[in-house]
Design a protein around this ligand. Sequence first.
Ligand code: NAD
Ligand code: ZN
Ligand code: ZN
Length: 351
Amino acid sequence: MKALVYHGPGNKSWDEVPDPVLIHPTDAIVQVDTTTICGTDLHILKGDVPAVTPGRILGHEAVGTVLEVGESVTQVSVGDRVIVSCISACGTCTYCRSGNPSHCLSDEGASGIGWILGHLIDGTQAEKVRIPFADTSLYALPDGVPDDAAILLSDILPTGFEIGVQYGRVKPGDTVAVVGAGPVGLAVIATAGLYGAARIISIDLDPSRLELARQVGATHVVNSGEADWAEQVRALTDGYGVDVAIEAVGVPATFDMCTRLVRPGGSIANVGVHGRSVELELDRLWIQNITISMGLVNTTTLGMLLKLVAQGKLPVATFVTHRFGLADMMSAYETFGNAAQTKALKVLISR
Ligand code: NAD
Ligand code: ZN
Ligand code: ZN
């Protein structure tokens, strides 16, 4: 089969590789009908994720069709259309049983990390993929949910909802600021209404991203390239700041912005993946009764979010901006890697 293979920092190609085979009785082999590229894949290609070794097939998001199942698999069958979770959950270890499969202790991960696809084992940017723990890592897709909505459930919608909205403890009536309006920030915005956010302020440097933010539910947008961005946000509150500030970029500057926007008693939820350490001004913040949270997505809300998507209750129609065939994977990377010029958000790559 063909697959997108990582050959070390800055180096990838669309190669002929052996088909995946069942290794454990809990595995399934899934034909990839649709996959996509995540910002994390770009981090890997820059060499930021050294656990990814040359020869690895990248990708942790997919919608597909089950081709083969191991003898212990009972919840999915050959021919089922499924969503692949970016987290492979054994379902039985102490972390899986306490709702934190992002730290699954299975042998596959070997490191206590549930994100193994396209990281520690071969991933979804391929014609076929082996999915460990198929019963607890695949979700049967109801008829009528198109691939371009379903693909968002592999990673970004659960990420925005779990690590942004839930960890940020958004509650009815809250004013929520979301820094960063990439796919993940937009997923936060699209799901913040589920817990009753009254005002959702999207903050980004890119006017086209801010326009998309409005389309998925931002009530206000602020361009942080403007000198008075913080005053603009505060003017949308009672003057004391937002109830919840959500970081969806992954650089020190945007985390710092959140610490300047949150009101006393409020929450900062960090969603961004950080490549370097961030200074925390505890001398200024300690007295403000702020809660700070962070984490790797668990995808434990995938099934719930799927029900909402199936009922048309989440604004997911505008996330996919570009479409490619699997054989055009390299062009898809080119387009996604130049998002500032191409205005790419989610690139859909389908067979
Ligand atoms: P992205 O790069 O597509 O989007 C980031 C956005 O931030 C862009 O729109 C950019 O214009 C904006 N931005 C950059 N600097 C800014 C600034 N100073 N002020 C305001 N906006 C600024 O990224 P994405 O795919 O949306 O992902 C966001 C983050 O979430 C990444 O760090 C990604 O790795 C992370 N992530 C985390 C998890 C998790 O489990 N915690 C899962 C998936 C992704
Ligand atoms: Zn991802
Ligand atoms: Zn586990």
